[in-house]
Design a protein around this ligand. Structure first.
Ligand SMILES: [Zn+2]
Ligand SMILES: [Zn+2]
Length: 343
C-alpha cells in the first residue's frame, strides 16, 4: 500500500509499504480521510519524534473497515467508522476514572504504532475495547468524521475548564484548534474573544462568530480585554499555541477566580514565570488539557452528525497521499486552517 512514511526530522517520503494485518481483536481500516494536526507538523520537524523509525503519522482517521482480526464480531467489512486514536488499557486508575488520555499504558496511532497517512491502518484491540471505533451514519462524510478527533480535544478543554454559558472566553491563537475552541465556546453559549496576530486567521475567526478580535500587533491585549470585560478579565483563557512567551504574557488576561488553560504543547525545556501571590490571592486555576477521552470522542461525533457543530467550516484544504508534502508545507507555513488527506 501507499503511505507517507517519516524517516527522521523533516524527512517524509511517499512509499510502498506492507499492508497492515489485524492481530486477534484488531481491525484494519481503509483510510478515507485523515486530518492533518499541528502535532503531525511538530513531530515531523523533530519535536517528539518517536524513537522507532520509520513511522507513519496521522491520528485523525475515518474510513471503512477492511479486515477483521480473530474474534471481532461487532464490526463487518465495509462498516464506515471514525477512530479514537489512543490505545488505552481500560483498567488503570486513570482509565477507570474516565481519564483515558492519561492511561498508564497508552500508545496509539502515530504514537507507537503506524497512523493514518496511509491507505490502510491497523486499529489495535485496545481501541476497540474502550468503544473507540464508532460507526458513522451514511450521510456523514468521511472528512467530517475525521474532524471528530480534534473536536474531541476541544470538548475535553471545555470540560476541564468548566466553560459556562455567558462566560467570557479568551482564546489565544486562532489556528485549527483555536477555531475549534471558538466553535465550541460559542456552542456552549459563551462570549468569545480571539487574540491572533495573523490577519487571515482574524478574518476566519470573525466569520466563525468570534465576538471580538484582538490584534496584538496593534493593541495591548490586556487593555483590550479589560475594555471588553468592564476591567474584569476573562472567566476562561485558553492558550492554543506553543509559544511560551505568549502563554506567559496572557496570564493577566484571566479574571479573579478564573481559569487559565494551557492547551497547546510547548517545546521541551521552556519555562514561564508565575507569581504565586497572584494564584493564591486571586484564586486562579491553571489547567492543562491534552488529547481527549473516548467519551469526548463519541460526543464529538454526535455534535458533528447532528450538525450542532458545523465542522465543515473548518476544512480549508484537501489533499491526497501523493500531495502530502504540499500539505505539510502549507500547514507548516500556517497557510491553512484544517487540512485533510482524502482517498
Ligand atoms: Zn490532532
Ligand atoms: Zn489505562
Amino acid at each position: 500500500m501507499k503511505a507517507a512514511v517519516v524517516h527522521g526530522a523533516n524527512d517524509i517520503r511517499i512509499e510502498e509499504v506492507d499492508c497492515p494485518v489485524p492481530e486477534p481483536g484488531d481491525i484494519v481500516v481503509r483510510v478515507r480521510a485523515s486530518g492533518i494536526c499541528a502535532t503531525d507538523v511538530k513531530t515531523l520537524l523533530g519535536q517528539g519524534l518517536p524513537k522507532d523509525l520509520p513511522t507513519i503519522l496521522g491520528h485523525e482517521v475515518a474510513g471503512e473497515v477492511s479486515a477483521l482480526g480473530k474474534g471481532v464480531s461487532d464490526f463487518a467489512v465495509g462498516d464506515r467508522v471514525a477512530v479514537y486514536p489512543i490505545a488505552v488499557c481500560g483498567e488503570c486508575d486513570y482509565c477507570l476514572g474516565e481519564r483515558h488520555n492519561l492511561c498508564r499504558h497508552e500508545f496509539g496511532l502515530a504514537h507507537g504504532i503506524d497512523g493514518g497517512f496511509a491507505e490502510y491502518v491497523r486499529i489495535p484491540r485496545q481501541i476497540l475495547n474502550v468503544g473507540g471505533v464508532i460507526k458513522i451514519p451514511d450521510e456523514l462524510s468521511f472528512e467530517l468524521a475525521a474532524m471528530a478527533e480534534p473536536l474531541s480535544c476541544g470538548l475535553a478543554a471545555l470540560r476541564v475548564n468548566k466553560v459556562q454559558p455567558d462566560d467570557t472566553v479568551v482564546i489565544v491563537g486562532a489556528g485549527p484548534m483555536g477555531m475549534i475552541h471558538l466553535l465550541l465556546a460559542k456552542w456552549r453559549g459563551a462570549k468569545v474573544i480571539i487574540l491572533e496576530k495573523m490577519p487571515g486567521r482574524q478574518e476566519f475567526a470573525r466569520k466563525l462568530g468570534a465576538d471580538a478580535i484582538i490584534d496584538p500587533n496593534n493593541e495591548d491585549p490586556l487593555e483590550a480585554v479589560n475594555k471588553l470585560t468592564d476591567s474584569d478579565g476573562a472567566d476562561v483563557v485558553i492558550t492554543s499555541l506553543s509559544d511560551t512567551q505568549v502563554i506567559e504574557s496572557s496570564l493577566p488576561l484571566v479574571k479573579k477566580g478564573g481559569v487559565f488553560n494551557i492547551f497547546g504543547g510547548p517545546p521541551a525545556g521552556q519555562r514561564i514565570n508565575i507569581d504565586p501571590r497572584w494564584i493564591h490571592y486571586q484564586e486562579i486555576t491553571i489547567t492543562g488539557s491534552f488529547a481527549s477521552t473516548p467519551m469526548d470522542f463519541r460526543e464529538a461525533i454526535y455534535l458533528i452528525a447532528t450538525q450542532q457543530i458545523d465542522a465543515a467550516r473548518l476544512i480549508t484544504d484537501r489533499f491526497t497521499l501523493d500531495s502530502m508534502l504540499d500539505a505539510i508545507e502549507r500547514a507548516r507555513s500556517l497557510q491553512m486552517i484544517k487540512g485533510v488527506v482524502l482517498a
